[in-house]
Design a protein around this ligand. Sequence first.
Ligand code: CO
Length: 216
Amino acid sequence: MRSLPHLFENNKAWAGQIREQDPEFFSKLSQQQSPKYLWIGCSDSRVPANQIVGLAPGELFVHRNIANLVVHTDLNCLSVMQFAVEILKVEHIIVCGHYGCSGVQAALRGDRLGLSDNWLRNIEDVRQKHQTRLTNTNNEAHDRLCELNVIEQVLNVCQTTIARDAWQRGQSLAVHGWIYGLQDGLLRDLNVTVTNFQETQSVYAAAIATFAVREK
Ligand code: CO
């Protein structure tokens, strides 16, 4: 209970494997990091950021929370973004959701989980905003809400002072919205890539317009 020896064994094996391929790997990496990407994803254990996109340590700056939300008052997420954009100068922010997200499911069904209900309220807001674009069948509505949630979070990223200031300075920054399939391990681009503040609203509107409004 007090120690987890198998995890330390795994770690030793992992570090050994990497050193075998590149004996200098860790010493080089300890000097500096220069990732090009910031990943904002779900905490879900089935969606491991680096592995999904095949990136090594040092190549991906990561923030994860339940249901990959970008909330304007979340100092944690904002600090990660600010550090990534202003200090590390990442060129891409990837908001990555996933199908089968328990956070989205809970928000869709109005489940009571506890404290996290307050966090998931942000997704309920997305659901209410796009009520007419969500179908009655539960599975379909779940998938669409996962996608809409990503699109809304991309919009939130673009509206932060961090992204706006970067664009204002002429810094190269693209914000992407992707979704990951637990069932096939594949990523899909939701075509909501924003590369400057001026195009934010039109890119957002075009992405939302691909969701058919449900007939009454
Ligand atoms: Co999730």
